[in-house]
Design a protein around this ligand. Structure first.
Ligand code: ATP
Ligand code: MG
Length: 464
């Protein structure tokens, strides 16, 4: 039987398929042809080695269906493989099988693969996975001698996302950003000794892929700077020093709220308590965030008012406290109409009387619909509260969501970087007004720490 396979890999895809390393990350820019390469690689390995099993992972089921399953169905001719939608697997004529998998959590999600013998392990968008997930699935890599194969891991990813730090450390930093194949020691519990594994990083940029549409590139060019550099140029450093790298705006999940902090607006139930948080500076503009809290204590920033000219954090047009008060009054018009009570929490400096009548008093004289309480301005606990709330729970949901209309929150949070002189805190020279009022709000409703998220720690490449 003569079947012609219509695949002309790009040079980077070719390197990906040719690599003999134990673990390979094809990573960097969006649209480099990574998902396509994953599918072809799995298909070709399954075809070449009969009776072998490839496992292809994406973090969520809809993503899996939309990318890997769809691509595999497109590239595998009916004579060579058949997709079984119920079992989520592609069975090839030579007895090999490609299993399509998603992983919602580290606990039960992983247990499903306890008995699996994985020959070819694939991850698409590796930074969506935690290191424990990766490590556990890697331990399922094994093959009977008769198969004559060396099982391996092949992954693809853009920078960013909750697992950015560990993926960057393991693949990008350890290999000098792809300059060399690197050997890393891995402890084997079974053999009781340390083995080495060869790790390779193949960088991708959007420009490597001649099949990419102009529209896609133009869309990438519109993103905020760090994201643009990451997605267009494949720069992993674009997020370095970023204080909240876990903040995720995944437009494909705005509707279901899974593994994203930004969601589509929805009508908020009237019984959810509302709070407005306020940051004010004498020489700088101001910010209001309006929050609702659901029955589980999850916070939703559903609207905001940012009195700051974008990109000119410290030079925006000044407004007097009475002007600010009338804008606050406008902001809360709907709540007033509904007869809802809105509590307030604000920068403690607004009670300062050293320059005459305090800002709080001046605001209250114009609009007294919100009585503000002094916000807790202890910086590090406030920062920890934000990290805590951004963490994704086992169900893929964080404790803080932002409506997609809150554009200034979405724009400024990823731009916050660490202070070089005080490395545990934010650099206050940045555009941090929104962050500050968010802290006041979070400290008014602190949540208890949940189990540490491994994706947030920054392990070294040898940390196995
Ligand atoms: N070798 C190839 N031949 C023809 N078309 C290709 C090839 N590689 C990729 N493409 C096409 O280029 C487009 C982008 O590819 P793909 O989705 O694999 O990129 P990606 O790096 O996974 O992108 P993203 O970062 O958005 O996930 C797709 O339309 C795909 O079909
Ligand atoms: Mg892809």
């Amino acid at each position: 039987m003569e079947i012609e396979l219509a695949y002309r890999p790009t040079p980077r895809q070719r390197s990906f398929h040719a690599s003999t390393a134990d673990e390979v990350l094809y990573g960097g820019a969006a649209g480099g042809g990574k998902s396509t390469a994953i599918c072809w690689d799995a298909f070709m390995r399954c075809l070449r080695w009969p009776q072998t099993h490839a496992y292809l992972f994406r973090r969520t089921y809809p993503e899996l269906e939309m990318t890997l399953v769809r691509t595999m169905q497109r590239i595998v001719p009916a004579e060579l493989g058949k997709y079984n939608a119920g079992a989520h697997e592609m069975r090839f004529v030579n007895g090999s099988v490609a299993h399509f998998c998603h992983l919602s959590n580290e606990g039960e999600g992983l247990l499903k693969y306890q008995g699996a013998e994985i020959h070819w392990l694939y991850f698409d968008e590796l930074t969506h996975f935690t290191k424990p997930m990766y490590d556990y699935l890697r331990t399922r890599l094994r093959a009977e001698r008769r198969l004559g194969i060396v099982p391996c891991v092949r992954a693809a990813s853009n920078p960013g996302g909750p697992g950015h730090a560990w993926v960057k450390a393991r693949f990008v930093d350890a290999t000098g950003a792809g300059a060399r194949v690197c050997e890393i020691p891995v402890r084997s519990e079974v053999l009781g000794r340390v083995q080495t594994r060869r790790v390779e990083y193949i960088p991708a940029t959007a420009r490597d892929n001649p099949h990419l549409t102009r529209d896609y590139v133009i869309e990438l060019e519109q993103k905020p700077r760090a994201l643009r550099e990451a997605l267009l140029l494949g720069k992993w450093d674009a997020f370095d020093g970023q204080a909240f790298p876990e903040f995720t705006d995944d437009a494909s999940h705005h509707a279901d709220g899974l593994y994203t902090h930004v969601i589509d607006p929805f009508p908020i139930p009237l019984h959810w308590p509302r709070t407005v948080s306020f940051d004010h500076g004498y020489t700088r503009p101001y910010s209001f965030g309006v929050w609702a809290v659901d029955e589980e204590g999850r916070a939703y920033r559903y609207k905001e008012l940012y009195g700051c000219v974008p990109g000119e954090a410290n030079t925006g047009v000044q407004q007097t406290p009475s002007e600010i008060a009338s804008r606050l009054c406008d902001l809360l018009e709907e709540e007033r109409r509904e007869g809802l009570r809105v509590t307030g929490v604000a920068d403690p400096a607004i009670w300062d009387r050293s320059r005459g009548v305090s800002v709080e008093e001046q605001i209250r004289q114009v609009y007294d619909g919100v009585i503000f309480r002094k916000g807790d301005n202890t910086r590090l606990p406030g920062k920890m509260q934000l990290h805590e709330r951004l963490k994704f729970g086992e169900d893929g949901r964080p404790m803080l969501y932002v409506f997609s209309c809150c554009r200034d929150f979405i724009r400024t949070l990823p731009s916050l970087v660490y202070d070089a002189r005080r490395p545990e805190d934010i650099d206050t020279a940045g555009e941090d007004h929104i962050y500050d009022e968010t802290r006041y709000f979070l400290m008014s409703r602190p949540i208890a720490p949940r189990p540490a998220s491994p994706a947030r720690s920054r392990p070294g490449p040898l940390d196995d």
